[in-house]
Design a protein around this ligand. Structure first.
Ligand code: HEC
Ligand code: HEC
Ligand code: HEC
Ligand code: HEC
Length: 229
């Protein structure tokens, strides 16, 4: 009989012990949702979507449609392949001693070479940095890769020149009509002569501003700030 009591006491003491062994009352706020999850509980990420072909620049939606004055027919040595299909292309930047054509580059301050623009295996075309073929008549697509803000202005009529009237089909000059791609900076030039004076009137005396004429001073200032553009 005492054995039974002893057994009961033992069980009771065990349960009391188990209660005291429980962790102390949780600190304030611990019953809220935890602020972080263990990383291993994160959902397994889905397969990444299959890579899509990069988008091709397709102009600006708000720009009125236009046509570009062709340039190709003005290139004397076109088609270039008449010689180049017989010559192995030489990608090495070098001084072009034997070229019967344009051979120096004053564009990009030495960081560019002919084949950044001209297609290596089909010299009758240009190419974008992604290797898309570009026709000589669409050179504005080439220029706009780097001069994108000028190109946007050009699309919207804020840069360049429209050839026909202000109404009707928009016909505009391509970049290369005005800029030589091999030396694109606008060169300072002497202004044309003043118009003749009306009969009976006399020309005003020259105002002596400074020693250099205005266009010469502007050219010098432009050279100074060339790096800021
Ligand atoms: C009458 C022949 C002839 C024609 C036409 C011609 N080229 Fe060339 N081109 C050459 C020669 C020769 C060289 C090599 C010059 C050298 O190595 O010094 C050359 C070199 C080049 C190079 C340097 C890279 C390379 O592969 O050697 C480029 C770029 C180039 N030509 C572009 C053109 C383009 C663009 C046209 C068309 C508008 C053109 N060429 C038309 C003869 C020609
Ligand atoms: C920034 C891009 C660019 C680079 C760099 C470049 N070209 Fe051109 N090149 C053009 C474009 C655009 C035209 C078309 C010009 C036009 O529409 O009148 C052209 C036209 C030509 C022509 C035919 C017209 C001409 O001016 O005689 C030759 C030849 C030529 N390039 C050779 C070269 C050679 C050689 C080099 C390297 C020394 C070179 N190009 C570097 C963009 C470039
Ligand atoms: C790969 C990039 C690249 C492409 C493509 C390119 N340019 Fe440039 N261009 C430059 C850089 C860089 C400069 C500034 C360095 C310098 O003055 O040479 C520059 C300078 C110029 C300038 C200002 C020059 C000055 O000093 O006032 C004009 C204008 C210009 N580019 C027109 C063009 C035209 C037109 C084309 C297309 C036939 C073209 N660029 C294509 C990179 C590029
Ligand atoms: C009708 C002629 C014309 C056309 C077309 C034209 N430009 Fe220009 N561009 C100019 C003139 C003029 C300037 C002003 C030069 C200056 O500020 O001294 C200029 C300035 C620039 C300059 C700055 C150069 C500088 O010296 O500050 C860049 C870059 C340029 N153009 C790129 C382009 C590109 C790219 C296109 C084609 C999308 C284009 N241009 C079309 C005439 C033209």
């Amino acid at each position: 009989m005492t054995k039974h009591w002893a057994g009961l006491l033992w069980v009771l003491s065990l349960s009391v012990f188990a209660q005291t062994a429980e962790p102390p009352a949780s600190p304030a706020g611990a019953d809220k949702a935890p602020t972080h999850r263990q990383l291993r509980l994160n959902a397994v990420p889905a397969e990444p979507p299959a890579p899509t072909a990069p988008e091709t620049f397709a102009g600006y939606a708000q720009a009125p449609p236009f046509k570009v004055v062709p340039q190709k027919d003005k290139i004397a040595l076109f088609p270039c392949s008449q010689c180049h299909k017989f010559m192995p292309p030489n990608p090495q930047p070098r001084k072009l001693e034997a070229a019967p054509h344009q051979a120096v580059l004053q564009h990009g301050k030495g960081r560019m070479w002919c084949l950044n623009c001209h297609l290596i295996d089909d010299r009758d075309y240009l190419h974008t940095v992604r290797g898309e073929k570009v026709d000589f008549d669409e050179a504005y697509l080439l220029c706009g890769q780097c001069h994108f803000n000028r190109q946007k202005d050009w699309y919207l009529g804020g840069h360049g020149k429209r050839v026909d009237n202000w109404q009707g089909d928009r016909l505009i000059y391509s970049c290369t009509h005005c800029h030589d791609p091999h030396s694109p900076a606008t060169k300072p030039r002497e202004p044309s002569k003043a118009p003749p004076v009306r009969a009976g009137l006399q020309r005003m005396k020259n105002v002596d501003h400074e020693s250099n004429s205005v266009w010469q001073r502007n050219a010098a200032r432009k050279a100074e700030t060339a790096n800021e553009r």
